[in-house]
Design a protein around this ligand. Structure first.
Ligand code: SF4
Length: 732
């Protein structure tokens, strides 16, 4: 794009939207961002940007002109009252005192912290240390729980570690690409461009897409599998059944590098092509074709995202797909591997620092006593608590029951994005004290805050993020913070120091020489501590530095000390896995259908997902009219037969009802839906998509309808499936 203004300064940074992690060049003049271009040297995008990324400078400007930024701390003396300005010092004193008071009265388990996959790695690290090292609870979870916790659990259950083994360059080497549960064309547009390029350069490459919706991604497929919602495990077992029958597995690889294949064979025996065709709604001939393209010795790369993850069986779905790669030996070599795509820009960084309720620093596990001891030693605290923390849904359910007294929410909008909104709103109302640390004043969650703390955002922030292919990129500030906004890591650092003063008994237990857990003056000092925590771990980055990122550009982990100046493209090339015996584990999981089946009262299966040009709750993208050019208003997408049966034409208003609430929304037919299935985009909240809970309380957005059921292993909620009814609404 051609800058409107002459650029006096150009800053190399990273796009803050999806997990592709594109590099950007930010142009600024006199402290104002005036342009953005794709960074031609960034190995994720090589100069390209999608519509969201290429308008970052415009949304940055719009958020200022439309006054949607939160520019100074605000205090609400009474719930529902007007928030009044308060000085930073007084705001932080109040926040620390209220949290310390709850901890003194009810213990550390009575507070909860809820963050975001959009926090930088440095922000995440300080928050994790604050909650688990100082406060003494593991009640720290983030919206990444809604995004990729099933991918984490799936990798760990099979490969022994949360490490995506492939890289973007593998698109070019694959003979078969299998995209399942992902609309890459919309959710990761620049990756989709790279896939288009790969297909153009390699005409023999086959693309298989399995999705309940006929998306733009599915339209490009050589073979489209219109899978019934939630039946992924049956599909993957069925494909393995065929591969076994047709000798398309690699018995040598299985014998040398895996364990547990016999148990899996016993499970997949019942998944005959006929049975799977019935369960999944896919013709037998297409199942055979898919298995033949994916099996054998030519490289196969699987790409997957929320369609597998956001499920009450998310871990099983991930593991069953990884089974296919282990059975065929399609992992650890060019063009092959199970490659989970991350939704958010730094979901991976959050995983690396262990910034979730069940994780610890550098891919350590909270449930592992030795790992807890190692992290306690690194931090200089007597212990890391063993009691599991509350995950996202559990945290808000506990607060709704009155068990969590104080909530700290940073860089996310649970009052729109969490499932079962009625419970989340009750939680926010019932908590004694709610802090919202945010860049934008317009989120629904801000309305529930007792204290609002202004945070910096893209263009102002400084630190690192990690994208889907394990690549660490620098995020650099181009302009000073807007208004009185402060960096997230700095806010957590100050909260930590104030809590140390208010909870001296905890400081007294620190190991000798540890004066404060929060000695940080800059993000680099945080990152160096994080780096040290990775020493000897699978994600070892002790050979990396901010300086090397400046000179050699973004790098993939691992990059251990003495490992040269470039990270590792692929993992498991030698067939050794980070398990006790070095072998990967097959997962003999059973197929279990979605939690809430459609029935006579709620006959439709509701799916939710992203649009191409919007991001999450629209706090940034919703400020720019241009980004509504693709899709201008919310709608429920319905199959033409169902429209006809309900007596609807495009644009008619309908009431979509679930057991938890309802929304009023226009109906339309895009051609993507199967009969009996409907779809609503996740982005609209606020006044755009009004609804009510079962008790008549006003709610907004599609999550008035969604259910809180979650995967028993990953605790990721089933946002891709809820049973709903649709009724025409007669207008006066
Ligand atoms: Fe940003 Fe993702 Fe678009 Fe790249 S593909 S420009 S990271 S939104």
């Amino acid at each position: 794009s051609i800058p409107i203004h002459p650029v006096s300064q150009q800053t190399r940074s990273t796009c803050p939207y999806c997990g592709t992690g594109c590099g950007v060049l930010i142009g600024s003049v006199g402290g104002q961002i005036v342009s953005v271009q794709g960074d031609p040297e960034h190995p994720a995008n090589f100069g390209r940007l999608c519509t969201k990324g290429s308008t970052l400078h415009l949304t940055a400007a719009a958020s200022v002109t439309q006054q949607t930024r939160l520019l100074r701390p605000l205090h609400r003396a009474q719930r529902g009252g007007e928030a009044q300005p308060i000085a930073w010092d007084a705001a932080m004193a109040m926040a620390a005192e209220r949290f310390a008071d709850v901890i003194r009265r009810h213990g550390p388990q009575a507070v909860g912290f809820y963050g975001s996959g959009q926090l930088l790695t440095e922000d995440y690290y300080v928050l994790n240390k604050l909650v688990k090292g100082l406060v003494g609870t593991n009640n720290l979870d983030t919206n990444s729980r809604l995004c990729m916790s099933s991918a984490v659990a799936g990798y760990k259950a099979t490969l022994g570690s949360d490490a995506p083994p492939a890289c973007y360059e593998d698109f070019d080497h694959a003979e078969t690409l299998f995209i399942v549960g992902a609309n890459t064309a919309w959710a990761h547009p620049i990756l989709f461009r790279r896939i288009e390029d790969a297909r153009a350069a390699r005409p023999s490459q086959k693309l298989i897409v399995a999705d309940p919706r006929r998306t733009e991604t599915a339209d490009m497929a050589d073979l489209y599998l219109p899978i019934r919602p939630g039946s992924d495990v049956a599909l993957f077992h069925g494909l393995l059944h065929i591969m076994l029958a047709e000798n398309l597995v690699d018995h040598g690889y299985i014998a040398r590098h895996t364990q547990g294949f016999e148990a899996l064979q016993a499970v997949v025996a019942a998944h005959t092509p006929a049975a799977v065709a019935e369960t999944c709604g896919i013709p037998v001939a297409d199942l055979l074709q898919a298995a033949r393209w994916m099996g054998g010795h030519t490289p196969t790369l699987s790409l997957y995202c929320q369609g597998l993850n956001q499920s009450s069986r998310g871990t099983d779905k991930n593991a069953a797909l990884i089974n296919l790669h282990l059975a065929t030996g399609q992992i650890g070599k060019p063009g092959a591997g199970p490659f989970s795509l991350t939704g958010q820009p730094n979901a991976m960084g959050g995983r690396e620092v262990g910034g979730m309720a069940n994780l610890l620093s550098a891919h350590r596990d909270l449930g592992n006593a030795q790992h807890r001891e190692e992290v306690a030693a690194l931090w200089g605290v007597p212990e890391v608590p063993a009691q599991p923390g509350l995950t996202a849904v559990e945290m808000f359910e506990a607060a709704a029951r009155g068990e969590l007294k104080a909530l700290w929410i940073a860089c996310t909008n649970p009052a729109q994005s969490m499932p079962d909104q009625a419970t989340v709103r009750r939680a926010l109302e019932r908590a004694e004290f709610v802090v919202v640390q945010e860049a934008f004043a317009t989120t629904a969650t801000c309305d529930y805050a007792d204290l609002l703390l202004p945070a910096t955002t893209w263009g102002e922030k400084d630190g690192t993020v990690t994208n889907s292919e394990r690549r660490i990129s620098r995020v650099r500030p181009a302009v000073p913070p807007a208004g009185e906004a402060r960096h997230d890591w700095a806010i957590f650092t100050e909260l930590g120091r104030r809590l140390e003063a208010l909870l001296p008994e905890r400081v007294a237990a620190y190991r000798p020489g540890v004066g404060t857990l929060f000695p940080y003056a800059a993000p680099e000092s945080v990152w160096l501590e994080h780096r040290e925590s990775t020493r000897g771990r699978d994600l070892d980055i002790t050979g990396l530095s901010y300086a090397l990122l400046d000179t050699a550009g973004p790098q993939q982990w691992p990059l251990p000390e003495g490992g040269g100046s470039h990270g590792q493209q692929r993992l498991y090339a030698d067939g050794r896995f980070p398990t006790a015996d070095g072998r990967a584990k097959f997962a003999a999981v059973a197929f279990v259908p979605p939690k809430e089946a459609a029935d006579a009262e709620y006959p439709f299966s509701l799916n939710t997902g992203r649009l191409r040009d919007q991001w999450h709750g629209m706090s940034r993208t919703g400020t720019l009219g241009r980004l509504f050019g693709h899709v201008s208003e919310p709608a429920v997408d319905v199959h033409p037969d169902d429209m006809q049966r309900l007596g609807l034409t495009d644009g008619d208003l309908v009431r979509v009802r679930s057991r938890r609430g309802e929304v009023l929304i226009p109906a339309l037919t895009s051609g993507a839906q199967m009969p009996g299935q409907v779809h609503i985009a996740m982005h609209w909240g606020s006044e755009f998509l009004s609804g009510r809970d079962a008790g008549g309380e006003r709610l907004q957005g599609v999550n008035a309808l969604t259910q809180p059921a979650f995967c028993p292993t990953s605790k990721q909620p089933e946002l891709k499936h809820a049973a709903v009814a649709i009724e025409p609404v007669a207008l006066p």
